[in-house]
Design a protein around this ligand. Structure first.
Ligand SMILES: Cc1ncc(COP(=O)(O)O)c(C=O)c1O
Length: 434
């Protein structure tokens, strides 16, 4: 008789995990007050809660200024504009990230140039960056992916040498610190997403932080329809848009911010238990500890699947783990140049053909480390699994062990994912499960 739930047996975990997002009575009170004030929007800019949130969020990460915006993709777009990106400029991005990191560059008329990631940190490999720099390169967007950080000191040295702007994509790193410095404060600008799945959220939302007053003035103008911001020391006049966050969202974010430190500490505690357990289970391995991370945060808890001598694919393993009642994903991200969600052509984005004999063809771009991590090796567990009890962690470990010690039952099981790319099916399944 089969043991695994994917083969029809009883799932190991039959209770829900900690709910996400979380809110408090104070959040509800703040929201009611905003509703009653009838002052719901992002204008006047920055509105009351948005101003407070932006300032506190920036301070927490060690930056001088913070501007809350409508979402994380727009945060990147606004930062690129503020950094002076021009049509056809190239921006170096890691291949292993959410498609939005690269899409933001396209939306601003730039050309994303994909560079592979490191095996250990899964983040942009600084040793490969110089070879990707051309006369058109304007910026680098390192992404602090999952539980790790890009090597910001190595990247800063390259940026200084080639006069490039660094925009940190910190969508996974709220409250994180690397070599003592806060996420988003190490580059010229830092961008965060506040979308539902993130470590803190208002349903949607984003933040741009910087310590450079010129960038700050430019950011404010772009976000608020070109209007001059709170200071006008640099005389910045430009065409902006309405990328403001609403006051309803900002009111929610105050509570999210106040809970972040405590929640991150709990996640770390639970992650330590998970790590200790994973070390004892065959065919899986936790990430190596990284001594440069002074405050580790886990937007997703990532571990590696190592099939060793078995023919079982990571996607089948993940499907079996999900069937045991553990929310998880393998193809959480792809190698973006190969992704179905990144069918970038010069027709849609003329910058890809600008000044070139042939338009940029992403389908031919190969980033072997990103591909292996994305399509074969990583398993991603959402952070709210770490916000419950120790028993939750023990259930997760028991489910992983159950699957890992019965891989023979998975022979012939369909991965449920087509081709090399994430399909509508896997997305829909995840949305349902969460
Ligand atoms: C690494 C990364 N960059 C950018 C984004 C874009 O953020 P948003 O979904 O808020 O636009 C996300 C989130 O989805 C992300 O994970």
């Amino acid at each position: 008789m089969s043991v695994l739930a994917v083969r029809g047996a009883r799932p190991l975990r039959r209770k829900p995990f900690a709910p996400w997002p979380q809110y408090s009575a104070e959040d509800l009170e703040r929201l009611v007050r905003v509703v009653e004030s009838r002052n719901w929007g992002g204008f006047p800019f920055p509105n009351t809660w948005a101003r407070e949130f932006g300032a506190r969020f920036a301070e927490m990460h060690g930056a001088r200024y913070g501007v809350a915006v409508a979402n994380g993709t727009l945060a990147l777009q606004v930062a690129l504009r503020a950094a002076g990106l021009r049509f056809g400029d190239e921006v170096i991005v890691p291949a292993y990230t959410w498609e939005g990191t690269a899409a933001a560059v396209l939306f601003e008329g730039g050309v994303p140039v994909f560079v592979d990631v490191r095996e250990d940190t899964m983040c942009l490999d600084a040793s490969l960056v110089e070879a990707a720099i051309t006369e058109r390169t304007r910026a680098i967007i390192p992404v602090h992916l999952a539980m790790r950080f890009a090597d910001m000191d190595a990247l800063a040295a390259i940026a200084r040498r080639y006069k490039l702007v660094i925009i940190e994509d910190c969508a996974h790193a709220h409250g994180g610190r690397w070599r003592g410095r806060g996420a988003g404060s190490m580059g010229d600008l830092g961008c965060f997403s506040l979308q539902t799945s993130k470590l803190m959220t208002a349903g949607e939302g984003g933040v741009v932080i910087t310590s450079d007053p010129r960038y700050h003035e430019a950011v404010q103008a772009y976000v608020n329809c070109g209007r001059v911001g709170e200071t006008d020391d640099y005389g910045i006049r430009l065409v902006g848009g309405n990328f403001r966050i609403t006051e309803l969202q900002a009111a929610l974010l105050i509570g999210q911010l106040e809970r972040l430190g405590e929640q991150n500490a709990l996640r770390r505690e639970r992650a330590a238990r998970l790590r200790a357990g994973l070390e004892k289970i065959p065919h899986v391995a936790p990430l190596e500890p990284d001594p440069d991370i002074t405050e580790e945060v886990m937007y997703q808890y990532v571990f590696r699947f190592r099939p060793d001598q078995t023919p079982i694919h990571r996607d089948v393993f993940v499907r079996a783990l999900e069937a045991e009642g553990i929310p998880c994903e393998g193809r959480f991200y792809e190698s973006v140049p190969r992704s179905d969600l990144f069918p970038a052509t010069a027709e849609q984005f003329p910058a890809l053909a600008f000044g070139r004999a042939e338009p940029v063809d992403y389908r031919s771009v190969r980033c072997p480390v990103a591909e292996r991590l994305a399509y074969e090796e990583t398993v991603w567990l959402p952070h709210f699994l770490l916000l419950g009890s120790e028993e939750d962690i023990d259930d997760i470990l028991a489910a992983i062990e159950k699957v890992a010690t019965h891989l023979e039952e998975l022979e012939g099981v369909d991965a449920g994912v087509k081709g090399v790319s994430r399909t509508g099916r896997s997305r829909l399944e995840r949305d349902r499960a969460w």
